[in-house]
Design a protein around this ligand. Structure first.
Ligand code: ATP
Ligand code: MG
Length: 420
């Protein structure tokens, strides 16, 4: 029996891996334009980091984390998301006071023990960004503009940006109280999970995907109606900055996000009609998180994460054919393999995509492979010609083969234009 991958995890093979690399390169490019620089944090963190940052009553902490005790008896968790680690790292290496905003991006795998389905994996990948040190509404707008620009640039059509504000510690308690009251009146109509969590975390109920709960809370009170003056001003300024950045958006007062750390602005990029896996990217402001993790002062911050698998799924198949070879070296006898190999290595070192067969296959099967490789030129090393210091040089497009000195062939090939 062969061993398969762990459930919910998968290998990423060519040409798929090439589409990944291209998207990652484009993300790096967009990040650079907005001044974001890369951070790479460990995959393992203390369990407590996520328990505190993501929140004890969230789906992630309640039932999705890969948590284990290591050989030193410490409880560790394989990261389920990126923000908590980046904030931890920011606090560990915090910049000197007065140094202005810090912009960081990350790319990498995340792990959640969820029920695998289309667009929902146990190892999945996120492209994310975090902007620390300013609570200016422009920072919110800039972050969403970056995300919008990247998604549109990737060729995603029909995306819509939905935004909301959850208020801050000033105004959220009043909204919580009102929502809790409302949910109590709907108790019988909620799913079992929500009935349990509605008291401890009423916002989570609005994030529930079960149809029951969506129906039961259709006319739930809106956070936007409870915003205090400063939160209302902030939200209005975010909307107007988005407009001046040319980023279209709609309000969605029900969009609360599943994580506890959000304050004020939350947002999602959704593709209408994609069912429960319709959120391709999501984020929000989390001004209170640094303090929650033991930071001395409040560090205003905003960030987002894009689900790589979902983005690729939405972009559909296409592209990614394996790149054509420039030249394929064919030998008429196994005795010439060492010579052919040396020429192939020379060509590759010179930047030419050269291929050959190592296994001494028949001439016919070597030519078949040469054809499939898409090579524009086939170099034939034959016993007789080689004895004269010559090779067969076959132009595949023209179907013409000539005999030329080996060194002349090598010179020509070094000038073969590369695919691209
Ligand atoms: P969902 O509501 O779909 O479970 P979420 O709120 O748990 O998403 P976030 O924690 O905000 O998601 O993660 C940001 C993005 O990462 C999501 O919008 C989605 O694109 C992607 N994502 C989250 N969980 C998974 C998963 N298990 N498999 C693949 N992609 C995922
Ligand atoms: Mg989830």
């Amino acid at each position: 029996m062969t061993l398969a991958t762990v459930r919910g995890m998968k290998d990423i093979l060519p040409p798929e891996s090439e589409r990944w690399a291209a998207l990652e390169a484009s993300f790096r490019d967009h990040a650079g334009r907005y001044g974001f620089r890369e951070i790479r944090t460990p995959l393992l963190e203390r369990t407590e980091l996520f328990a505190r940052a993501v929140g004890e009553t969230t789906d992630i902490v309640e039932k999705e984390m890969y948590t284990f005790t290591d050989r030193s008896g410490e409880s560790l968790t394989v990261r389920p998301e990126g923000t908590a680690s980046v904030v931890r790292a920011y606090l560990d290496h915090r910049p000197a006071a007065g140094e202005g905003p810090v912009r960081l991006f990350y790319i990498g795998p995340m792990f959640r023990h969820e029920r695998p389905q289309k667009g929902r994996m146990r190892q999945f990948h996120q492209l994310g960004a975090e902007l620390f040190g300013t609570d200016a509404p422009y920072a919110d707008a800039e972050t969403m503009a970056f995300l919008h620009g990247f998604l549109a640039g990737a060729g995603l059509r029909g995306i819509s940006l939905e935004i909301n504000s959850l208020g801050d510690p000033e105004c959220r308690p009043a909204y919580h109280a009102r929502l809790t009251e409302y949910l109590a009146s709907r108790d019988g109509e909620l799913c079992d999970d929500c009935r349990r969590r509605r008291v401890r975390n009423p916002l989570r109920v609005l994030d529930c995907k079960s149809e029951r709960c969506v129906r039961a809370t259709a006319d739930a009170p809106s956070a936007l109606d409870f915003l205090c003056g400063p939160c209302r001003d902030h939200f209005a300024a975010v909307e107007s900055a988005l407009s001046s950045a040319g980023v279209p958006f709609t309000r969605n007062a029900r969009m609360v996000r599943g994580l506890d750390y959000y304050r004020r602005t939350t947002f999602e990029f959704v593709i209408p009609g994609m069912g429960a896996q319709n959120t391709v990217a999501a984020g929000g402001r989390y001004d209170g998180l640094a303090q929650l993790l033991g930071g001395k002062e409040r560090v205003p911050a905003i960030g987002f994460a894009i689900g790589m698998e979902r983005l690729l799924m939405l972009l559909g198949e296409g592209g990614g054919a394996s790149p054509a070879a420039d030249v394929f070296l064919v030998t008429t006898s196994a005795a010439l393999l060492p010579e052919a190999f040396r020429r192939k290595m020379d060509l590759v070192a010179a930047g030419v995509r050269a291929e050959m067969d190592y296994d001494g296959r028949s001439l016919k099967s070597q030519f078949r492979r040469a054809d499939r490789s898409g090579a524009k030129v086939v170099l034939v090393l034959g016993e007789e010609e080689w004895g004269r210091g010559a090779v067969g040089y076959r132009d595949m497009a023209k179907g013409i083969q000539e005999e030329i000195p080996a060194e002349e062939a090598m010179r020509r090939l070094r000038g073969v234009p590369k695919e691209g």
